[in-house]
Design a protein. Structure first.
Length: 190
């Protein structure tokens, strides 16, 4: 089984703990995050339609995952999630998404390895200083002494969070769920 193929029935599903319920309707904060591609991104300056998928961390082939990683509800699946967004990138653009970002607390150099290995056509943003996590009060977990964001996805229009998916499970279905929401939103607005 490859990194992108996971038997999700063997992985504990995360429960909705309500820690993302406050996000819809919030404006993106004036936070600037370093990007793996292009310049740093100041979130409050973004216009148009953007999708942010927030994930705990990507693994690397040359490093072991934290002990018990697969048994932490919602931890496993960052690579399949990123690959799904990569594979649906053109369709997301066709539905009007101007910008797509993956966000984790990993440093940009660490993220660059994953972005290159997975051939991501969009930037990953580093919230290593937890500026975004603090400003939006994003749900998180502590793993081996490191704070990681829990997996969630936000659809943002002109700087305002319209829709939040939380918890996201299974992660490889996240991009499809976003596309379905965009399709329904377009039909309702037509």
């Amino acid at each position: 089984m490859s990194l992108t193929e996971v038997d999700w029935s063997l992985i504990p599903a995360p429960a909705d703990d309500g820690k993302a319920a406050h996000l819809e309707g919030m404006s993106l904060p004036t936070v600037t995050l370093p990007a793996t591609i292009g310049p740093d991104v100041t979130l409050s300056d973004l216009g148009g339609l953007a999708v942010f998928y927030v994930y705990p961390m990507t693994g690397r082939p040359d490093r072991d995952l934290p002990d018990g990683w697969d048994q932490i509800p919602g931890a496993r699946g960052c690579t399949p999630q990123s690959c799904a967004f990569r594979d649906h990138f053109a369709e997301l653009r066709a539905w009007g998404v101007d910008a797509l970002y993956g966000v984790s607390t990993q440093a940009t150099d660490y993220q660059r390895e994953a972005a290159a290995r997975l051939h991501l056509p969009f930037p990953l943003l580093s919230d290593v200083d937890l500026a975004l996590g603090s400003a939006l009060d994003l749900p998180g977990i502590e793993v081996e002494g490191q704070h990681l964001h829990k997996r969630l996805t936000m659809i943002v229009r002109d700087g305002v969070i319209l829709k939040t998916f939380y918890p996201v499970f299974p992660p490889d279905q996240d991009a499809g769920n976003v596309i379905n929401w965009l399709r329904n939103d377009a039909e309702e607005r037509a």
